[in-house]
Design a protein around this ligand. Structure first.
Ligand SMILES: [Zn+2]
Length: 400
């Protein structure tokens, strides 16, 4: 519990005192787009390893994607995730079950039955909801309880490549994914959302044009929010030349001009949240050719330092950056907006904004190592995390 927030407090004799001089304290981050891979993908990540990586990244609330095996599409599967998370006693999980049964795209889940278990957000992430009629009905259904449909925008007919279609795909001799694979689906989704009162969230937008469409005046009646990832504002397709398949993701890294414009749009307030799209893959799935390697990178431990580096570099105020990682995503998921006030449960992070270190496999808690950020110098380190109690300090987890 936070007893008081003020200067000149005198702690009790048996209290642990932590010197926060020069450090920041802020509410635990909310990462609304995370793949924990359990059940079915435990060789890549488990609930426990994923939630440890979250806490080490200053994230205390995790929106968990349903593309597991079997997919999370029933009250039982939601309960299983909650129980696995409770056994860890680490970050809060917000289960985000499927829009369609088995994530097959054909038949909707029972939204009301799932909502009764306490969930409000749904997604078929990994795939879009192709069936436009089903998407419209889903938006209408979740409107009844203030829920949200999270859409992974992609026209799969256009998305048969491995990397962005452009100079780098030519150089690599690899089939490219054109921007239209994303923007054409954003346009479709915006038209559909304009015909419903339901809340649509478009996730991991990677192109300035997608954001222009989502914010276009002609769609002002639609209730639409959007997020971008740290990697799409930090890296461009050139990273493929240096990092190979460790920089392969979907949507792909775009051109350097598009990356720069995307980051500027985040700075100018056009985006509601930043989310990691943490997508762990066992190493063998990232090896081989560009065509064979799996899409995605891990991102929980780099979410905050990478986001800060790019947006502070654009002179975006820190409070606004942190809002994109706390209040912004919390509001989208229908959660209370995090804050540090007396009387609330302590859910907060102590962060040293000046600490510099090499991010490495040894320093990471994720079970997977698929990231282009290993051996890169990061600035800003999470020193301690409280979740009602001190759960993490200086790279170690407190025993429960
Ligand atoms: Zn996705």
């Amino acid at each position: 519990m936070i007893e008081a927030v003020q200067s000149g407090l005198h702690p009790q004799l048996d209290a642990i005192e932590i010197d926060g001089t020069g450090k920041w304290i802020f509410p635990g981050l909310v990462d609304m787009h995370v793949h924990l891979r359990e059940p079915g993908g435990e060789e890549s990540e488990t609930v426990e390893t994923g939630l440890k990586a979250a806490i080490a990244g200053g994230i205390t609330t995790v929106g968990v994607m349903p593309n597991t095996s079997p997919p999370m599409d029933s009250p039982e599967s939601v309960l299983n995730l909650r129980q696995a998370a409770a056994r860890c006693g680490l970050a809060n999980v917000v289960p985000v079950p499927c829009v369609t049964r088995g994530r097959s795209g054909r038949e909707p889940v029972n939204f009301l039955e799932l909502h009764e278990t306490g969930v409000s957000a749904f997604t078929d992430d990994g795939d879009p909801v192709h069936d436009s009629g089903l998407l419209l009905d889903a938006l209408d259904a979740v409107y009844g309880f203030d829920g949200v449909i999270i859409e992974h925008p992609e026209v799969t007919d256009l998305a048969g490549g491995s990397v962005n279609r452009g100079a780098v795909s030519m150089k690599l001799g690899v089939r490219g994914i054109p921007g239209a694979a994303e923007t054409a689906d954003v346009a479709r989704c915006m038209e559909i959302a304009s015909n419903s009162k339901g809340h649509l969230h478009l996730t991991h937008l990677s192109l300035p044009r997608s954001i222009e469409l989502a914010r276009a005046e002609c769609f002002h009646s639609a209730h639409v929010t959007i997020d971008v990832t740290p990697h799409h504002i930090a890296l461009c397709e050139d990273a493929l030349m240096e990092h190979g398949t460790m920089a392969k993701m979907n949507p792909p890294l775009r051109s350097s001009r598009q990356r720069k414009n995307l980051a500027e749009m985040v700075k100018s307030g056009m985006v509601d949240a930043i989310a990691s799209d943490h997508a762990p893959h066992a190493l063998h799935k990232k090896e081989g050719s560009f065509e064979d390697a799996a899409f995605g990178i891990i991102g929980l431990e780099t979410l905050l330092p990478i986001t800060l580096e790019i947006l502070i570099g654009l002179q975006m105020p820190v409070a606004r950056i942190l809002h994109l990682l706390t209040g912004g995503p919390a509001r989208i998921l229908g959660l209370p907006v995090p804050g540090l006030t007396a009387g609330r449960k302590a859910d907060c992070v102590l962060f040293d904004p000046e600490a510099e270190y090499l991010f490495s496999e040894k320093g990471s808690f994720s079970k997977s190592v698929n990231t282009p950020f290993f051996e890169q110098k990061l600035k800003g380190r999470v020193e301690a995390v409280w979740m009602g109690r001190l759960v993490y300090r200086d790279g170690e987890f407190a025993r429960t």
